[in-house]
Design a protein around this ligand. Structure first.
Ligand code: ATP
Ligand code: MG
Length: 506
């Protein structure tokens, strides 16, 4: 039983998000859906799952043809469509059992009370079935990201209400996973596919696709620009189709200027800091310097950023900014320090508010005049920011939640820069961001550093650290064990050091 979509069209006001999209999936296929930020991937998925209603087109769910305008979440569910949306929902403060049960009909006892014993038993079965290494009573936030992601997938797959055809859709499931975790997730998906499930898979990590995806369909501006078969799926071909120019042209544009040598003046000093997962951290960031933090998930990278930001309290050591020790201010962020958090959706964005409100939040400063907010000045500033940061949006007034993932990230970085901090902390700055936007974000950060901004960046994408940073500090189990720069700053070295191994000198 196959799935196909024909002529799917969807407009949002002036934006044509999908323009006559055709796609077909066969049983057992892992079908990659590729495209730049805002190309329509999530919108296509939402029309298939009935979250958004398409304006035109038809779907064929395993032989049942249905007008795309008639699809509802209930009918998609009936046809066996299971989806993990881009900003998927799991609940960190609930247990594995509670998370798994949240997607199912809770087993109930007489009087409608939830039968937690039965729910727990089901959870144990589900964990075994999906080969997930977790305890049903653990809180989700205590699990490694890949395990959390597997629980989320198990939850959607387990919602099988009938013998539907089995289409599993994953919208960027690997955004916060390390390379090893991506492999584990892929192994699980290959197992599902071999059992006959169709998998539709969205990612910006194009290197993950060769050898894994059986087909790739590329969207650009809401249209299908082409399709590649398994043995045609290569990074350079995908880039060319996604962007419309060759990878070489793109790289030469983004690497046109070398990293400026950092000035030696020290701006940020982290000295013998401990607290939470951090056992002993030492590092310095010079004026205009970009410093990376590498290490495995769970090594304490985000906690270290939070301590510098002022929202997590160190229990030992000192953090110095321009020679002054930063005092603990009960979790209030330090002046002149800005953070782009890993979980931007929960921690940094105001989803229902407009793009303007999100860009100017906390920093309306220069637009206030005698206690009156000059909306016109604000609007024109925001327009400039949108243009400079390459944010793709129909206007500055659109709701933030309608922007594509990568465009949301550009806006949050723009907001942080607008506050003119001395130190910018970035946690996974280009997660969910397409190839071209990633280069644009690197460019923005680099030129801000040239103006004197000091940057501390955490990334699981080691190539990103190598491309962006003057030097990188490696964190292993809460201890900064090494600093590498110059010719030693390579992805291989960062990977080896992250696992506590010695590096190969070149
Ligand atoms: N609810 C909405 N209202 C208005 N515009 C929307 C809405 N949802 C999506 N859009 C617009 O439709 C276009 C396609 O967005 P979509 O989210 O499908 O992109 P995407 O390919 O998933 O991008 P990303 O890789 O960044 O996640 C974008 O221009 C986006 O701003
Ligand atoms: Mg998307």
């Amino acid at each position: 039983m196959a799935f196909s979509a024909k002529g799917i069209t969807k407009r949002f006001g002036p934006t044509v998000a999908l323009d006559g999209v055709d796609i077909e999936l066969l049983p057992g296929e892992i079908h990659a859906l590729c495209g730049g930020n805002g190309s329509g991937k999530s919108t296509l998925i939402k029309t298939i799952t009935g979250v958004e209603i398409a304006d035109r087109g038809t779907f064929d769910f395993g032989g049942s043809e249905i007008d795309a305008a008639d699809v509802t979440p209930a009918s998609a569910d009936h046809f066996g469509v299971r989806c993990l949306h881009q900003q998927g929902t799991t609940f960190g403060s609930l247990t594995v059992t509670e998370n798994l049960a949240a997607g199912l009909r809770f087993p109930t006892r007489f009087g409608g009370r939830i039968d937690w014993r039965a729910a727990r038993r089901q959870a144990v079965e589900t964990l075994a079935e999906f080969e997930i290494d977790a305890n049903p009573d653990q809180l989700l936030e205590q699990l490694r990201p890949v395990t959390r992601q597997m629980v989320a997938i198990a939850r959607v797959l387990h919602q099988r209400s009938g013998e539907g055809m089995g289409l599993l859709i994953l919208d960027e499931p690997t955004a916060s996973l390390s390379a090893a975790d991506v492999d584990r997730l892929h192994e699980a998906l290959v197992r599902f596919a071999e059992a006959g499930t169709m998998v539709m898979y969205v990612t910006h990590r194009l290197n993950d696709l060769p050898g894994f995806a059986s087909t790739a369909t590329v969207l650009r501006d809401g249209r299908v620009v082409g399709q590649l078969a398994r043995d045609e799926i290569r990074h350079d071909r995908l880039i060319e189709m996604i962007v419309g120019v060759s990878e070489e042209e793109l790289m030469s544009a983004s690497l046109s200027h070398e990293l400026a040598a950092a000035k030696l003046e020290e701006r940020l000093v982290v000295r013998d800091v401990a607290g939470g997962p951090i056992r002993n951290a030492n590092l310095t960031v010079g004026v205009g310097e970009i410093v990376g933090i590498a290490g495995l998930v769970g090594a304490g990278r985000s906690s270290l950023l939070e301590m510098v930001f002022g929202t997590e309290q160190p229990t030992a050591g000192e953090i110095e900014l321009d020679g002054e020790i930063l005092p603990w201010r009960s979790g209030k962020p330090h002046d002149s320090v800005a953070l782009v958090p890993e979980n931007r959706v929960l921690d940094a964005a105001f989803m229902p508010l407009s793009l303007t409100e999100n860009v100017v939040a906390t920093t309306t400063g220069s637009c206030w005049h005698h206690g009156v907010l000059n909306h016109r000045a604000e609007r024109s500033q925001v327009r400039t920011i949108i243009a400079d940061s390459g944010i793709r949006a129909a206007s500055e007034a659109v709701a933030f939640q309608t922007l594509s993932g990568g465009n949301q990230q550009k806006a949050i970085i723009a907001r942080c820069l607008r506050g003119q901090p001395k130190v910018l902390l970035l946690d996974e700055p280009t997660q969910g961001v397409d190839f071209a936007a990633r280069a644009a974000i690197h460019e923005t950060i680099r030129s801000a550093a040239e103006q004197g901004l000091s940057v501390l960046v955490v990334s699981s994408d080691l190539e990103e650290l190598v491309l962006m940073c003057n030097k990188a500090v490696v964190l292993v189990d809460g201890v900064t064990t090494a600093t590498v720069s110059g010719s030693q700053l390579t992805t291989e070295n960062l990977e080896r050091l992250g696992f506590g191994e010695a590096i190969v000198d070149v």
